[in-house]
Write a protein that binds this ligand. Structure first.
Ligand SMILES: CCCCCCCCCCCCCCCCCCCC(=O)SCCNC(=O)CCNC(=O)[C@H](O)C(C)(C)COP(=O)(O)OP(=O)(O)OC[C@H]1O[C@@H](n2cnc3c(N)ncnc32)[C@H](O)[C@@H]1OP(=O)(O)O
Ligand SMILES: NC(=O)C1=CN([C@@H]2O[C@H](COP(=O)(O)OP(=O)(O)OC[C@H]3O[C@@H](n4cnc5c(N)ncnc54)[C@H](OP(=O)(O)O)[C@@H]3O)[C@@H](O)[C@H]2O)C=CC1
Length: 501
């Protein structure tokens, strides 16, 4: 019998960020392994055109929840959506709902965050810091609360090279920043942001670091743990391999490379690609929830959920495997044949951006314009290059994360729990994982049918022929111009003709 699964039986669990990438996998695993849990409260904000119930139904009726629907047919009754906006005071939760949450909640998983790198500092502080503070305040009023699990990121201290499972202080107190945001206008925030952020590369990582400090400072008597995943990728094993549903992190790059838009990237091929499958993160999260509630460690424990020190893979190896998977299972409607150059040389990057990215986009736009259609490729390419410039920081450096707490927890689990809630990344076969990842991007993100593979291959062959034709015409024109202008070129040409005459 799994101790972890049994622990969640009969429990009332509160989840923020439940409609996000990690949140969905968390609910799925909880419902599948502990179908006898009492209720999962999810804080959901209404979205244009969708009621709360529609948002929940969309998730429950999705492919991800196929197995859950079998194991737990009454899953609809287990999930109770509560209208909430984490950007508002008291999260804009109604009095009745708040009363129920305060009196019933046993465990909190705080996943909600803005993960955008370019978010305005005010908004990132609001969601990643102030909302965390407010949730902790709520938690302090919950008599039945057994554990509060905060999801942070391994990159909250990406300004350091070696990172231990401890909370590192930021130079300015989060409380001061929260207070200042009340009276600073946007112009002041814009001016002061770079000074506050120092060597953090973006508002996301900076505010996640502040969020951790808030957790530490406001922990009071609560049983708290922090989980720091690195770059979260598609599922490895559960509920099935390769599931992914957004364009964040590597996903967008895989789409862009598979469709032939992205052909070169500034990346150190030998830098560690610290990817971690989303189901691994969720297994660790559930194990941490159990351990924190049952063993009540004296201090707040931080768990690194990373792969680099236990089973490293580098960007070069990852890129090669992604490309070789495209050979077997190409994406549909490719703009060009997939190709990948990882280079750390700035001049080469500028050259490749001009020749491999901007020039083909411009040529295609001219073609669209000539055929009476609206040019769009240059705009799309500029957006892609901007996205890449934001990710570059993470693919040109390596970090070392210690994983003592995570390894300690692994040793605390029964063999049964080690199997059901497996977060031992040493068992991960990267080549197999990446192949499933690319396949998952094709099936679940791009929603492409596997039956279309022969047509996609045919399309790539056509693109190859167009490429050869284009190069031949280009070479002939260049050669013709050269012959007209250079005596040496004429002599070479004469020599070649003599050979083949
Ligand atoms: C050369 C061959 C390569 C072979 C492939 C090998 C794989 C290598 C992969 C390397 C990737 C490395 C990734 C490192 C990431 C480190 C992450 C740190 C971990 C974390 O803790 S955080 C979680 C990760 N967070 C993110 O990834 C968020 C990043 N996104 C943003 O910050 C913003 O979206 C961004 C990039 C600033 C863009 O903003 P904006 O221009 O305002 O665009 P929108 O977000 O509004 O979206 C507009 C439009 O574009 C689509 N979109 C968004 N992102 C991507 C993307 N990455 N690729 C393609 N398209 C993207 C989006 O869906 C919108 O489409 P619409 O149709 O709705 O307009
Ligand atoms: N994905 C990754 O690579 C990594 C993620 N993490 C961390 O994991 C956690 C989850 O990330 P992930 O699932 O990828 O993020 P997503 O962007 O997929 O999900 C974010 C979630 O937060 C919710 N949310 C955002 N703003 C509000 C608001 N104002 N009120 C209520 N809910 C809100 C979103 O709801 P809505 O659907 O309404 O937008 C969504 O459910 C975050 O804490 C992140 O920092 C850490 C490392 C890597």
């Amino acid at each position: 019998m799994s101790m972890i699964a049994a622990f969640y039986g009969g429990k009332s669990i509160l989840i923020t960020g439940a409609t996000g990438f990690l949140g969905k996998v968390l609910i799925e695993k909880l419902c599948r392994t502990s179908p006898d849990l009492k209720v999962i409260y999810i804080l959901v904000r209404p979205k244009a055109g969708h009621t709360l119930q529609q948002r929940v139904s969309q998730i429950i009726n999705s492919k991800l929840f196929e197995k859950v629907r079998e194991v737990c047919p009454n899953v609809h009754e287990k999930i109770r959506a509560i209208s909430a906006d984490l950007n508002q005071n008291d999260f804009a939760i109604s009095k009745e709902d708040m009363q129920e949450l305060l009196s019933c909640t046993n465990i909190i998983f705080h996943c909600a965050a803005t993960v955008r790198f370019d978010d305005h500092l005010r908004h990132a502080v609001q969601l990643n810091v102030t909302a965390t503070q407010q949730l902790l305040f709520m938690a302090s009023q919950m008599p039945k609360l057994e554990a509060f699990i905060h999801i942070s990121t391994a990159f909250s201290n990406c300004n350091l090279k070696h990172i231990d499972e401890v909370i590192y202080p930021c130079s300015v107190e989060p409380k001061k920043i929260i207070d200042s945001m009340e009276w600073w206008d946007d112009a002041i925030v814009d001016e002061i942001a770079p000074k506050l952020m120092g060597d953090w590369p973006n508002t996301y990582t900076y505010t996640k670091a502040l969020g951790e400090m808030v957790v530490q400072q406001e922990s009071g008597n609560l049983n708290i743990a922090i989980i720091r995943p690195s770059i979260v990728g598609a599922t490895w094993q559960e509920p099935f391999p390769g599931w992914v549903d957004n364009l964040n992190g590597p996903n967008g790059m895989i789409v862009a490379a598979g469709r032939g838009f992205l052909r070169a990237i500034r990346a150190s091929p030998l830098a560690v690609a610290d990817l971690i499958p989303v189901d691994t993160v969720i297994n660790l999260t559930l194990a941490v929830g159990w351990y924190t509630a049952v063993h009540r460690p004296k201090s707040t424990l931080i768990y690194h959920c990373t792969s680099g020190n236990l089973n490293p893979c580098n960007w070069g190896k990852m890129g090669c495997q992604v490309l070789s998977t495209f050979e077997k299972i190409p994406f549909e409607k490719a703009f060009r044949r997939p190709h990948a150059d990882f280079t750390a040389n700035t001049i080469t990057v500028h050259y490749r951006n001009a020749v491999s990215h901007r020039a083909p986009a411009m040529i295609y736009d001219i073609y669209l314009w000539l055929t009476g259609r609206k040019p769009r490729m240059t705009k799309l390419m500029n957006r892609l290059l901007r996205t890449i410039s934001m990710l570059e920081y993470f693919i040109n450096r390596s970090w070392e994360w210690s994983t003592y707490n995570t390894e300690m927890l692994m040793s605390e689990l029964s063999p049964e729990d080690q199997r059901i809630f497996n977060f031992d990344v040493r068992q991960l076969n990267w080549l197999e994982y990446i192949e499933n990842y690319v396949l998952g991007v094709k099936k679940y993100l791009l929603k492409e049918d596997m039956a279309g593979i022969p047509e996609a291959k045919q399309h790539l062959r056509r693109l190859q022929n167009i490429y050869y034709l284009f190069n031949t015409v280009f070479f002939l024109i260049a050669w013709r111009l050269l012959i007209a202008r250079s005596q040496i070129a004429r002599n070479v040409w004469f020599f070649i003709r003599c050979i083949f005459a």
